[in-house]
Ligand binder design. Structure first.
Ligand code: PHE
Length: 367
């Protein structure tokens, strides 16, 4: 049988060993492993406690408090090491997950919104506020929608002004005629009036095509059409609508408008609309009144156009307008060469493009 001093030595060694291993445990998992080895079911300290039962009573009386004290001490040491490691783990996690909220947000990864798309979104937003919905029509159009229904019969001289791109083939369906690339957005007027009954309030932005190319003309460009049909629509409504639109679009308190008599086969009377402009820093900007700049064609929908769409001109009147979107974008955002719009030059797009998340809104900002 071992002497009590041997046992005491063993307890001291075990304690020194466990203390060292507890201190050496680098993380909570390592500490848990030490705990299991010492105090677990098959642990070294647990084995000693169990062994007490087999000792002679007088030896047990002497040894039991020492083994108990060892167990207590080891449990304590484990607990305080756990607290230290837990705090370190939390601090490491906080450091790793820290976010600097003052850093700029990550930019959208690629691309930007083209000024033409931006202006189309702005138009949709402004006119939505006035109760207009967005209408669409095909870019490959037929002769009837692009010309005939708009009071431009085949022999009409206005056709010559349109420099039309014709496409081989006939249109299918009830509206026969040659196929072409639409020369303006006005065929969407026809599609709108034949699709649903008035009252109507739509804008139709989109691509149009004319065989024409120089510094201010590209074979493809963009227009927005506006159409209102109701029972007593008149020129005053047209004027108010255009004024409201231009003020909102250019962010102006007031805008000077000039209606000049003009001619379009599909409106009567017809006007060309100029806005008051001024020269600022060598560049023409909307606002002020030193010069005039033509921005729109407009007028009251011709009775024959209404009739072509099955609407009685005795009941319905309407106004329509058409406007070059690229021109609007150039005026608002200061681009000088129209051709650059369609060059797909990344440097130009980065400079003139808009952030994808900056969606124009009436309540926020339109630019
Ligand atoms: N469609 C005409 C053009 O392309 C513009 C316009 C639209 C004029 C509607 C009057 C009414 O020039």
């Amino acid at each position: 049988m071992r002497g009590s001093s041997d046992v005491t030595d063993e307890l001291d060694r075990l304690r020194a060993d466990l203390d060292a291993r507890i201190a050496a445990a680098g993380d909570l998992a390592a500490l848990e492993a030490v705990r299991v080895e010492a105090l677990g079911r098959h642990g070294s300290v647990t084995a000693l406690l169990r062994g007490l039962g087999g000792l002679a009573p007088e030896v047990r009386r002497e040894q039991a408090p020492r083994v108990q004290a060892l167990r207590e001490a080891i449990a304590q040491a484990l607990e305080s090491r756990r607290a230290v490691l837990g705090e370190a783990a939390l601090a490491a996690r906080l450091a790793a997950e820290r976010q600097d909220m003052s850093l700029p947000a990550l930019l959208p990864p690629a691309g930007s919104i083209h000024p033409v798309s931006q202006v189309m979104d702005e138009l949709a937003e402004i006119f939505a506020d006035l109760g207009f919905t967005v209408a669409e029509g095909p870019e490959i159009e037929d002769d009837w929608h692009n010309f005939t229904a708009l009071n431009i019969p085949p022999e009409h001289p206005a056709r010559a002004m349109h420099d039309t791109f014709y496409i081989a083939g006939e249109a299918a369906g009830e509206a026969p005629g040659r196929l072409l690339l639409r020369t303006h957005t006005s065929p969407v007027q026809i599609r709108t009036m034949t699709a649903s009954p008035p009252p109507l309030r739509v804008i139709a932005p989109g691509r149009v095509y004319r065989s024409d190319s120089d510094a201010t003309h590209t074979p493809m460009f963009h227009q927005v059409e506006g159409l209102v049909v109701d029972r007593d629509t008149h020129m005053g409504h047209l004027r108010w609508t255009l004024e409201t639109f231009l003020k909102a679009f250019f962010g102006l308190e007031d805008v000077a408008l000039r209606f000049r008599p003009s001619y379009f086969p599909f409106t009567e009377p017809s006007v060309e609309v100029d806005v008051g402009c001024s020269w600022e820093g060598g560049r023409l900007t909307v606002g002020g009144g030193q010069s005039w700049l033509e921005v729109l064609g407009a007028g009251m929908v011709h009775p024959r156009v209404l009739a072509n769409c099955g609407l009685s001109p005795d009941t319905w009147q309407g106004f329509a307008f058409g406007c070059g979107i690229d021109r609007l974008a150039m005026l608002k955002y200061g681009m000088t060469d129209l051709r650059a719009f369609f060059d797909a030059d990344l440097r130009w797009l980065r400079h003139h493009g808009f952030r994808a998340l900056d969606v124009p809104t009436i309540s926020g900002s339109l630019s």
